[in-house]
Design a binder for this molecule. Structure first.
Ligand SMILES: [Ca+2]
Ligand SMILES: [Ca+2]
Length: 413
């Protein structure tokens, strides 16, 4: 028989083991099939460069359904083109939905400018409205800037955007070529969320991310169905910084972000997931809350950053997951899988790596606030530029050369 002291130690050891076991993260690879989504797709010569004898990457940055029940798939490229495919397409029916290259600044040597975001109005079937985020042409006296615009689909052709219908909602000056963010997406509240990076260079030299009077380094939330205060949109009354125009821009929803490369809303729970790209060491996955400060440039991941670095504190929200630069160097945030093809993937957050081409599925327990699994789906391959969902909730990703893949049930099933 153990003495009471020994018994207490055994209990402690057992409880420690229990805690340890609960906290253990399943890092085993998950078997899913990754298959070409549009196997017969041939990109036009002006995107691949073959026309001019150059070798260009197509750089698909958006893959999405329109949410209108049509079953179409849309792919936007960093060059400034949007392509549309019919239901269950093999890729051979590609049509040009829009060509915005006459107003988009894209240079393959300037990696982060171009056509960066595309979102369909929640009631697109009725309104025909499409929202985009791109880098505006900045030649001569035209300044470097991010542009957020509304377009309308052609009244005569559902597979054609009326590019003359552009209505600019926001133009945000960009001090540097990099860190332009770019996601535009609708939340379950019907508001348009817009991601903007810290403006660029390194270290956020202008301290934009912590400055509530700057729109840079932020996630914005606007109401595009109303106009108010001389703006072509309205600021929702429940935005966190409304009513203090001397101190803060009312459009701001969350701040302290470096360069969110893809924000998405879980179509089941409504949770907002963001991948925030790190600078020196840490890549982040954040759950975005109203008014949240995500720490940049005082913290990188869960760590103090730079000479003015802050220790962990309640006001600076740490990511729910981070990985360091021995694993990968630039996160591409995805979305929570809610499709039907792969039941074991349900509820997992898909994310990937621009530099190494890896893809993982992360499982997070909202109740305990703990990550329970981080399972590799793809160990290597071309740079992951974006993830996307079709109207049925099935998941896709794109690589920089121009491949579009989808996830499917394992082949041995
Ligand atoms: Ca910039
Ligand atoms: Ca952060």
């Amino acid at each position: 028989m153990p003495t009471p002291a020994q018994f207490a130690l055994i209990l402690l050891a057992l409880s420690a083991c229990t805690d340890h076991c609960v906290a253990e993260i399943d890092a085993s690879p998950m078997s899913v099939a990754i298959v070409p989504a549009l196997p017969q797709l041939k990109w036009p010569a002006d995107l691949t460069g073959s026309q001019s004898g150059r070798n260009l990457d197509v750089r698909p940055l958006v893959v999405t359904g329109a949410g209108d029940g049509s079953g179409r798939l849309f792919v936007g490229t960093q060059h400034g083109t949007i392509h549309v495919f019919g239901p269950n397409s093999d890729g051979s029916d590609r049509q040009l939905f829009a060509d915005l290259r006459d107003r988009v600044s894209f240079d393959p040597k300037i990696n982060e400018e171009g056509f960066l975001g595309l979102a369909f109005h929640p009631d697109f079937a009725t309104t025909g409205e499409v929202f985009v985020n791109y880098t505006g042409l900045h030649e001569g006296d035209r300044e470097r800037r991010s542009v957020v615009s509304r377009f309308r689909v052609s009244p005569n052709d559902a597979n054609r955007l009326d590019i003359e219908s552009e209505e600019i909602l926001l133009e945000i000056p960009q001090p540097f070529w990099n860190h332009n963010g770019g996601t535009v997406t609708f939340g379950p509240d019907g508001c348009l969320y817009i991601c903007l990076g810290d403006g660029g260079a390194a270290f956020d030299p202008q301290m934009n991310s912590q400055n509530l009077q700057s729109l840079l380094g932020k996630i914005l939330r606007i109401d595009i169905d109303r106009q108010e205060g001389g703006r072509p949109y309205a600021i929702p009354a429940d935005n966190p910084f409304v009513g203090h125009p001397q101190l803060a821009r009312g459009e701001i929803w969350a701040y302290g972000l470096r360069n969110v490369w893809r924000l998405s809303f879980d179509r089941k729970t409504g949770a907002a997931w963001a991948g925030d790209v790190g600078q020196d060491q840490w890549e982040e996955i954040n759950l975005i809350e109203r008014g949240g400060n995500y720490g940049w440039n005082l913290r990188e991941g869960r760590h103090p950053f730079g000479p003015g670095g802050f220790p962990a504190c309640r006001k600076l929200l740490d990511p729910i997951w981070e990985y360091d630069h021995s694993v990968g160097k630039s996160i591409t945030g995805g979305h929570v899988y809610r499709g039907k093809a792969i039941p074991e993937l349900s509820g997992h957050y898909l994310y990937g790596e621009y530099v190494t081409g890896q893809i993982w599925a992360l499982k997070y327990d909202m109740g305990s606030g703990k990550v329970t699994a981080n399972r590799m789906l793809r160990a290597s391959g071309g740079p992951i530029t974006t993830f996307g969902e079709d109207d049925a909730g099935e998941s896709y990703f794109a690589t920089q050369p121009g491949e579009i893949f989808k996830f499917a049930a394992p082949k041995d099933r």
